[in-house]
Design a protein around this ligand. Sequence first.
Ligand code: ADP
Ligand code: MG
Length: 570
Amino acid sequence: MQNFEETGINSQIIKAISELGFEKPTPIQELTIPYLLDSKKDLVALAQTGTGKTAAFGLPILHQIDKNSKKTQALILSPTRELCMQISNDIKTYAKYIENVRIATIYGGASADKQIAELNKGCQIVVGTPGRVLDLVKRGKLRAGSISYMILDEADEMLDMGFKDELDSILETTPADKQTLLFSATMPKEIAKIAKKYMREADEIAVGDKNMGAENVKHHYYLAKARDRFKTLKRIIDSHPQIYSIVFCRTRRDTKEIADKLIENGYNAEALHGDLSQAQRDYVMNRFRIKHMQILVATDVAARGLDVTDLTHVINYNIPDEAKTYIHRSGRTGRAGKTGISVILLHSRELYKLREIEKRVGKKITRKMIPTGKEICERQLFNLIDKVEKIDVDQAQIDPFMDVIYKKLSWLTREELINHFVSIEFNRFLSYYKNAPDLNINENESDRKEKDSRKGRKRRDNDNFTRFFINIGSKKKLSPVKLMGLINDQTKKRDIQIGKIDIMKTFSFFEVDKSFENDVVSAFKDFKYKGMNVSIEVAKEKPQNDRSNNNRDRRKKFSNKKSRKRRDKR
Ligand code: ADP
Ligand code: MG
């Protein structure tokens, strides 16, 4: 489909969206708009973040509502206040040239009175968060009994945020013959259940990897020691002077800590997390939106409501445990036809998670080398020179000062002058990155060495590791990293301390924290690896560590014959 005219939506709407720069429908819009103009059947529409889902349901609904009636005809539920505001602002913009359309936005954390007053004026379209909507439905202020369209936007997020009961209760109050539309980025079991329970023979439209977001996103990772994570972040930021980015962290605490450190280091950054008041969040988000701030450090939940279309980078300070989270995060860049980069900071013990995400994203995540101090200085310098070259000079304004300035600088040659002004901005980087070490590590070099030496003393003192034998080895392409991945995956625990690993040809040994011994045994019961039955058992004896030349571990020598034979095979 080349243009919006072919979808069948009316010219007033087309005029409004052309002004927004929408030239042709996105893939999901191309499918849903003609469908919704034509069919009254329920619909599940799946497409990733940034693919234009708001217009995908907003345009056909706007086209079809009865402007002469003041009854609520469409109810749109969305997980957060910010998303609700965004959706209603978007729809208001699409409705710019249509008369008599009212859209109410209702969400918690703000006075209900104003929202009720708005509803009383008669709004054909209501956009709201599940909690407040249910509240107003129960109080008889919002009449959902008359609606023709029920839209669940970001249904997966609403479930993640625990709105299932509210959704259930709201859906129960709506008429049976309405059309229900469910928009989601992913289709977890819960969504399928909702679809089954509340939708009648719903059709499904899915736009896979074709969405415009994914096409425009490059996926990169940087490998460094865990303790160099922050330094790595700094280098990435420093090597992109024009960066405009969200840095995602796991917890509020991380978010605060990293934002604080960035600010201390002179970056234009701020934290966004759940501990902030609504007013503080609005303030931070707004500063970021209008680009008074370059780097926003946020938790997933807090960043949900933020719509910025032109992020240059999304940075995963830690690799997320779930591929779904990564997909959501990376979908925040490469939007609306722009290109973006999604970055993961990784240490080698996490490599297995990367493979998992690659599978889900369906794209290779490319390793990038952490820039050296010299490379960073070079980029910063060129950025500065570029700015100097392109700056608008307002001759009339500066003329009165120039005489004095020329006189003052007259003792410098042209070359000297350039050297001086370059040094003004540049000395900071030069001195910071003077003798800066290479932070890159190779894929097989793990943090283990470092951890081992830290843990070493403890281990020798109370020997609190259990040593396991496992019947797979390098012949089955097992590596220490893979084995650690297996242990984490099978036990579903991330905090197990893993000790020494010895990979032999057809079998291996590994050590785990004694307190997890039973977990490991039961986790590997009936486990198959590359079609092979895996058996593990607690190893009775410990082999001599003949590969490493340090004698830190005063281990018993391998004495039993069978084991010695095994070892000799290596
Ligand atoms: P989603 O809900 O799928 O995450 P949005 O509806 O928020 O995505 O849209 C993402 C961005 O793409 C918005 O800035 C929106 O204005 C823009 N957009 C939507 N449809 C089009 C289109 N047809 N052409 C250009 N930009 C579009
Ligand atoms: Mg959306």
